[in-house]
Design a protein around this ligand. Sequence first.
Ligand code: SF4
Ligand code: SF4
Length: 381
Amino acid sequence: MKQTRSALGTAVKQMAENAGAAAVGISSVGRLTDKPSMDANYLLPGARSIVSVMLPLEDRVIRDYLGKTNRIGFQLHETETYRKLYAIGTEIADFMKAEKYRAVVAEPNLDYRYKDSTEYRKIPYQVRQNVLDWLASDSFYPVGKFKKAILPVLYDVSFKNSIDWELTPSFSHRYGAVAAGIGHFGWSGNVLHPDYGARVLYNTVITDCDMPSDPMLEKTPCDGCRICTKVCQSNFIHPKKKTSVTIGDRIFEHNKKAHNLRCIFVCAGFSGQNKHAGWSTWSPGRVNLPESDDALEARWKEFVKVNLWNRNHYSKVFADLLYHSEKGFIRKESERFASTCGNCQLVCWQTREMRRQNYDLIVNSWEVSGNDDFPSPVENG
Ligand code: SF4
Ligand code: SF4
């Protein structure tokens, strides 16, 4: 006999906690209608509820990363945490299926809807990766000249001159966490937990079982300190302009973010310094971004055409970025893509004093030297 929907909700939450989730909540899909990335039907047609689960990132590991004593330690910890979240989600989905409901566990990151619609993805991944790796590899003058000549053609054929920079995820775990009552928006747009701030990761299970929703958090843990804007080299987080999103019957506000390419240029590792002098992210890249968002897409296109064929730091980041975005945190077999930023999330802990200390760590850390060649910054650990 099937359990009641309420008993199922209780059992799911108990199971998630037993599996190690630091927080778990449930929302009906009826709360999630304002944005395309909230639509749970994309991953499971007929979806009725979502289950949101959270794990925190370790404070000690984050501080070693922000203060630039250990980069790879954070990268490994982040991957492991995403994998734990995925394992918890898989347990929940398996449980729902055993109860004769349909359920899917979403990928916890790097799962975007463009993957189903972009022209270049008709070419098998391994072929695309081989081409990018070859373009980024060392080559003698005539081969380099050939790479330079064919790149604009390859680019235009691959993207048909347009890329959807909206980057709509298959499901937004941030919106799911707010709807399920385990997080609330900070000014940065990251979703904060009262006990940890923004140093948390979320994942979501989607099911056609209509379970009772948990109450949403009344108050945001964000106190408006704006430290998140001060640690962003890309100018992505606006200090004053805001936007809003509706979840359930509530309207939430956060900053009006700039063009996604700003964060991509910095967070992917093309640029470690742009807006703020005196400190950098972990990236040795030094791309200067245009003031206006209107010029960003043209800048990207030009940047790709100039660098992708040319063996340097940037061509390596391009090739690694393809690997990382295709494989995701769950399926990747190597650490070939380097984490270099995440500052807006990682600086934001639960008290202002902690955030100030994190800010000091970032701005007083050493500056990863900018150069165009392969040598990576020195990494300890
Ligand atoms: S850093 Fe400050 S302003 Fe930004 S999200 Fe966190 S608490 Fe809010
Ligand atoms: S991840 Fe880095 S570049 Fe992206 S918004 Fe946050 S601080 Fe800015």
